[in-house]
Design a protein around this ligand. Structure first.
Ligand code: NHR
Ligand code: GAR
Length: 216
């Protein structure tokens, strides 16, 4: 079985979705940079090993990343899964795990990289928003895309309503992406290409606002 380490900073609902998806993987550890992350409690309750590498205790990003890498490497994971992990990672750290580290980002990349994605989507007036799982590269939220899910933006949306609609899809596509990784059905190619091997697929479309049922 492939071994994974999950990095979190907060609530950890994506980590929990990963655990509950019963993937054929060994979740070696959940590591947080925030000692108070709720996800640590959830992981412990589910019998998963946890660790904290508190970023505030380190002089700079390089020192933090070195400590984080040391903790990760103790568990010898095949893949590193960022699930609501909130610290920007240095180039050396990213290079060490290139092709083996993925992130879920709450927007349809390349739209809205960075923070406060739901607020920015509402401000931009987009009618379709969503989430993206991508390989982590040095450039923030700009690595090769593995899978995306789209949701409609609705007329009376607030940041919270929209975030919840997106989060539900995160919980579907992230375990799927990790399953593909562990089954070696998705790989980061040399030129940043991503190929996915699948047996069959249904093609769907999301149109938002949904078109009228009848056109006069
Ligand atoms: N690191 C690299 N090199 N590349 C990526 O693609 C990364 C990454 C680290 C984290 C997740 C990302 C997201 O999905 C991620 C992708 C944190 C920030 C940020 O600005 C931005 C993007 C992401 C995560 N963090 C602030 C910092 O100073 C702290 C913000 C806070 O604590 O609230 O590191 O959105
Ligand atoms: C998720 O929506 C995730 O996509 C987002 O934070 C939330 C974490 O929720 N990630 C980022 O914004 C990364 N900067 P969770 O802790 O319940 O999985």
């Amino acid at each position: 079985m492939k071994r994974i380490v999950v990095l979190i900073s907060g609530r950890g609902s994506n980590m929990e979705a990963m655990l509950k998806a019963r993937l054929p993987v060994d979740i070696a550890a959940v590591i947080s940079n925030e000692p108070a992350a709720g996800g640590l409690v959830t992981a412990q309750a589910l019998g998963i090993a946890t660790a904290v590498v508190p970023h505030r205790a380190f002089a700079d990003r390089t020192a933090f990343d070195e400590a984080l890498a040391a903790e990760i490497d103790r568990h010898q994971p095949d893949f590193i899964i960022l699930a609501g992990f909130m610290r920007v990672l240095t180039e050396n750290f990213v290079a060490r795990y290139l092709g083996r580290m993925v992130n879920i980002h709450p927007s349809l990349l390349p739209s809205f990289p960075g923070l406060h994605t739901h607020r920015r989507a509402l401000e931009a007036g987009v009618r379709i928003h969503g989430c993206t799982v991508h390989f982590v590269t040095p450039g923030l939220d700009s690595g090769p895309i593995i899978i995306q899910a789209a949701v409609p933006v609705l007329p009376n949306d607030t940041e919270d309503l929209l975030a919840a609609r997106v989060l539900e899809q995160e919980h579907r596509i992230y375990p799927q992406a990790v399953r593909w990784l562990c089954e070696a059905r998705v790989q980061l190619g040399a030129a940043g290409s991503v190929s996915i091997i699948r047996a069959s697929a249904t093609i769907g479309a999301l149109v938002s606002p949904s078109p009228d049922d009848r056109i006069f």
